[in-house]
Write a protein of this length. Structure first.
Length: 427
């Protein structure tokens, strides 16, 4: 599901490259220096060396957090004399991890949360996951699969396939591309059996979706900040809770930030997920979501958490003032960590069809998305939208799909596999 990488290794390689450049500069300067001595003219040679410890120390030397409270400076817009924020309520650090409780100050009285046992679920077998995925996409699978029963391989079959793919929200670009390749393959291999045409289409669709398949990277030696956005009701908060469970199962330490300060009970919902997973949650009752995000990033770096996930309020792409606020949250996260956010994920509802394309384009233009999480494929989802994304339909960028969800269980959120999705979509 995930792959770990080391940021320190990359820094050491950069340092070695810098030292090699310095050594090369020395060799080039020696002849010039000798010529200058013959002509009795002074030569000044200056070389900048980078201490071996400096890069490592800058990466890990972080002051411990004594108190987490909203910070006014990073949230204020840049100006000559930034105005202070209005007084904000104190940020609540809900600690459920025993180790975190031992190393942090006493919790705020009104924020005490009794630790709950970790909710452990047995990971389902691969066949069980595929069964649920097929069931979730059965609407499309049954309509397309039935086309290959007792029919001849002729132009009428291709016309029916074209209509079925369009009805499945695959989009014009993806449909035309897939059928053109399918016609060529059927002609070259002289396929006359409809069942073989179906298998050929599965292979082509899997190849078509392959660019969307990508492993999610987790750092072993640093903190990765993941900003999560989406429209109302897409399933952001629930997806964050499930991802926290999966990250911990992979051995990563996690910190959550309840940046959705507008929706009723959003904070309580994320805190409950924190209790279930025994994960610390940085939360604030109302106030500025950018301040919550800023404090969460600093707290995550101080605690050396592998992942900090920042929840944000749901908003429609047409709500321009809310989209501007989303951009502000990203800027503030970047002030807390110059390389953050490392991932910007968009959670989309798989039932919304071609509207997903509009959402992806709008949020990508505002935030620069790095990945997608597709939820609710267990409903009336047609599923072909991902083929449209891979084809760049309506000018959308083919953004990787990290996870897809087919239910409410923790293990109903699984990594996206192009081959599995193609098999389930075509029945």
């Amino acid at each position: 599901m995930f792959r770990f990488f080391k940021r320190k290794k990359a820094k050491e390689e950069n340092q070695a490259s810098q030292e090699a450049e310095v050594a090369q500069a020395h060799e080039q300067e020696e002849p010039a220096a000798s010529e200058a001595i013959v002509s009795d003219k002074p030569v000044t040679t200056s070389t900048a060396t980078v201490p071996a410890e400096s890069v490592e120390e800058s990466a890990v030397a972080i002051a411990p957090v004594e108190t987490v409270a909203p910070t006014a400076t990073p949230v204020a817009e840049a100006s000559a004399t930034p105005a202070p924020l209005e007084p904000q309520p104190e940020v609540i650090v809900t600690e459920v991890e025993a180790e975190a409780e031992a190393s942090s100050p006493a919790p705020v009285a009104d924020a005490e949360v009794a630790p709950s046992p970790v909710v452990t679920e047995v990971a389902p077998a691969k066949s069980s996951w595929m069964q649920r995925l097929r069931q979730g996409l059965s609407r499309t699978g049954s309509s397309i699969g039935s086309l290959f029963v007792g029919v001849k391989v002729d132009e009428a079959l291709f016309e029916e396939l074209e209509m079925a793919l369009l009805m499945a929200d695959a989009g014009i670009e993806a449909t035309e591309s897939l059928l053109a390749k399918l016609r060529t393959k059927v002609k070259q291999q002289r396929i006359e059996d409809a069942a073989e045409v179906k298998e050929a289409l599965k292979a082509l669709l899997s190849e078509h979706l392959k660019p969307l398949e990508k492993d999610f990277m987790l750092p072993l030696d640093g903190t990765s900040v993941v900003m999560i956005a989406g429209v109302n009701g897409a399933g952001k908060t629930t997806s964050i809770g499930k991802l926290a469970h999966h990250f911990q199962a992979a051995g990563a330490s996690v910190l959550l930030a309840a940046g959705d300060t507008f929706r009723a009970a959003a904070r309580e919902q994320l805190v409950e997920w924190g209790k279930r997973n025994q994960v610390a949650v940085i939360a604030q009752d109302g106030g500025d979501p950018a301040a919550v995000a800023f404090d969460a990033v600093n707290a995550g770096k101080a605690r050396k958490a592998n992942v900090v996930m920042v929840d944000t309020a749901g908003r429609l792409p047409t709500q321009l003032h809310l989209m501007e606020e989303l951009k502000k949250i990203k800027r503030v996260i970047n002030k807390a960590d110059s390389e953050a956010p490392h991932e910007v994920l968009l959670v989309v509802d798989g039932n919304t069809g071609q509207n997903v394309i509009t959402q992806i384009k709008a949020f990508d233009a505002a935030l620069g998305l790095t990945g997608l999480v597709v939820t609710k494929l267990d409903g009336t989802a047609k599923g072909g939208t991902l083929a449209a994304v891979a084809a760049g339909s309506q000018g959308v960028r083919p953004i990787p799909v990290y996870w897809i969800g087919v239910g409410e269980s923790l293990h109903d959120l699984q990594p996206f596999s192009a081959a599995e999705f193609a098999n389930a979509l075509l029945g």
